[in-house]
Design a protein around this ligand. Structure first.
Ligand code: GDP
Ligand code: MG
Length: 137
């Protein structure tokens, strides 16, 4: 089942020089393809759309500020079961609870600064791809 997913390497990943490491893990999965990739400063407006489901939660405002605190890398990955697959590579939201071997488990300690976003369903993926890559069919 070929799918596509929207991935963000958060500003902490860029600041810490972990972009190559994280992209490498995604690239090495058999049959997956990176079909769009951009380093960009995320505008507040874009982040408000992206994180609309979290409006009103206590972590929302600091999350948006953090995500706008420096450049991030946005990408679209396509391939077999890639939505579930990138979530598995990332590990759970809390990096301390994330197993070693996962991206968050290997490199993170702070819940907010957990290095990577990955779409959680086919519906989220299509919605998020439109936000970050409106020109992509
Ligand atoms: P994800 O799908 O695993 O990225 O997690 P969520 O969609 O639940 O939350 C979005 C992002 O908000 C997470 O990746 C974290 O950066 C941040 N976040 C989520 N829950 C918390 C929390 O309880 N505290 C803090 N500080 N940040 C959180
Ligand atoms: Mg989420």
């Amino acid at each position: 089942m070929s799918q596509r997913t929207l991935v963000l390497l958060k500003p902490d990943a860029v600041r810490r020089g972990l972009v190559g490491e994280i992209l490498g893990r995604i690239e090495k999965k058999a049959g997956w393809t990176i079909s769009a990739l951009e380093l960009r400063q995320l505008e507040r407006e874009v982040l408000e759309q992206h994180y609309a489901e979290h409006v009103g939660k206590p972590f929302y405002e600091p999350l948006v500020e953090f995500m706008a605190s420096g450049p991030a890398v946005a990408l679209v990955v396509e391939g077999e079961r890639v939505i579930e697959g990138v979530r598995a590579l990332a590990g759970p939201t809390d990096p301390i609870a994330a197993a070693p071997g996962s991206i968050r488990g290997d490199f993170g300690t702070i819940v907010r600064e957990n290095l990577i976003h990955a779409s959680d369903s086919a519906e989220s993926a299509e919605r998020e791809i439109k936000i970050f890559f409106p020109g992509l069919a």
